[in-house]
Ligand binder design. Structure first.
Ligand code: G
Ligand code: MN
Length: 396
């Protein structure tokens, strides 16, 4: 059957159980997982205590749910007194169960996970097929959510392993000054083993699984290993989220920061510019330069620039691509160039792929360029050495 929804809607087990409880109006609703021949309550809503259980309670032996899953009792039992099997089951009297509705919960591969059930102390003569349908629909949503949880757990495990193994490579791409043609520094870019997807995908996975800090920390630590091969005037640009940047840079008292450029993407949501400004101030005093990355790609770049007064504005490649034949793109680039003049920043055009783009951004007053036309990001350290030694990188 086609799934009700394409991807997870983000409803938790607790929310879905609460829907069951509210809609059926019974005394308690719960999800029980089958584990090693027992059933363990995973989420509940309503007055489960009056039936003698709580979250994490394990049920053994014949239960309503195991009987329902086996097909020995119906999914909807308006009055347990009318069912021969349930009437004589000890728990019916012990917990005073008058009515029951349950549906099996399956994982997306069809494997049985457990059950979603509602219980009432009194019989519920109004319970009908529609209630059963509603529970089946919730079960389908739960299948989605359980699948999302299983995927998140698997992602967390894979990514934790990657971080523990330090399985990240650092590619670098030169930043080239238009005035001299020299490489003024490099941007470090994390690269992950094939199978993990693009860096964007991996960092998004890290965000989802709560591993963004350790992953960004690892990437920047590996990037910093390149510092010794850089000339004193050459910079190392690293991409970091603002919160990680503050935490990390604070921790490196002994390390000179004047070779680092901290790239904060325009996509980063900044909760408090004041806090970030204050946090960065002592680091900038120690020489750290700040770049706003991907400028012009979204909505926030002007605000980031106005609030943070970066040393570098990196114009997003979506503005640079085809700018030679697009007045609007050139006009936005000019805006950044003029803004940079006023705040004493330099401008780097990213994603320069053609000679025409290079000539256009040069004519608009951009200071430096980065892009496939000059060099692709590379993990080859011999190539890095060649760039840093002053090999001409601008096409003649
Ligand atoms: O957001 P940020 O600018 O940090 O992203 C850099 C990314 O852009 C890297 O993954 C790099 O591989 C890619 N990149 C670098 N130069 C070019 C280019 O000229 N064209 C395109 N399409 N991508 C580029
Ligand atoms: Mn960047």
């Amino acid at each position: 059957m086609k799934s009700l929804i394409d991807s997870t809607v983000g409803l938790s087990l607790e929310q879905l159980v609460a829907f069951a409880h509210r809609h059926l109006g019974m005394d308690a609703a719960f999800i029980a997982e089958f584990v090693d021949g027992q059933q363990v309550c995973r989420a509940l809503a309503g007055d489960a205590a009056s039936f003698g259980f709580d979250v994490a309670t394990a049920f053994r032996g014949d239960t309503y749910c195991s009987l329902m899953v086996e097909g020995d009792i119906p999914r909807t039992v308006p009055d347990t007194g009318d069912n021969d099997l349930l009437r004589h089951l000890p728990v019916t009297a012990d917990a005073t169960i008058g009515a029951y509705v349950g549906v099996p919960l399956r994982l997306s591969d069809g494997q049985l996970y457990g059950t979603l059930c509602c219980l009432s102390h009194e019989p519920q003569p109004d319970l009908n097929a529609r209630d059963g349908k509603f529970m089946s629909m919730l079960a389908e949503l739960l299948t989605e959510e359980l699948g999302a949880q299983a995927r998140a757990t698997a992602d967390h495990r894979r990514l934790s392993r990657l971080i523990a193994d330090e399985d990240v490579a650092i590619a670098v791409q030169p930043v080239v000054a238009l005035a001299t043609g020299a490489c003024t520094g490099v941007e470090a870019l994390a690269r992950f083993p094939s199978g993990f997807g693009t860096p964007d995908v991996v960092f998004a996975m890290a965000e989802r699984t709560g591993l963004r800090f350790p992953l960004e920390r690892l990437a920047v630590r590996r990037s910093a290993e390149l510092l010794p091969v850089l000339g004193a005037a050459q910079s190392l640009a690293v991409n970091l989220s603002p919160d990680v940047a503050l935490e990390l840079m604070r921790g490196v008292d002994d390390c000179p920061l004047d070779q680092f450029v901290l790239e904060i993407t325009e996509h980063a949501a900044i909760e408090s510019y004041g806090c970030l400004r204050e946090g960065l101030a002592p680091l900038r005093e120690r020489g750290l330069r700040l770049a706003i990355d991907d400028a012009g790609a979204g909505f926030a770049s002007l605000r980031h620039i106005v609030e943070l007064r970066p040393d570098v504005i990196k114009i997003d490649r979506s503005l640079v691509g085809g700018c030679e034949s697009d007045l609007a793109r050139r006009s936005v680039i000019t805006t950044f160039v003029l803004l940079a003049l006023d705040i004493d920043a330099t401008v780097v055009a990213e994603g320069v792929e053609t000679r025409a783009e290079l000539d256009a951004v040069a004519a608009l007053g951009v200071d430096a360029v980065q892009g496939y036309l000059l060099a692709r990001p590379s993990t080859d350290r011999a190539e890095l050495a060649r760039w840093l030694s002053g090999a001409p990188l601008l096409p003649s």
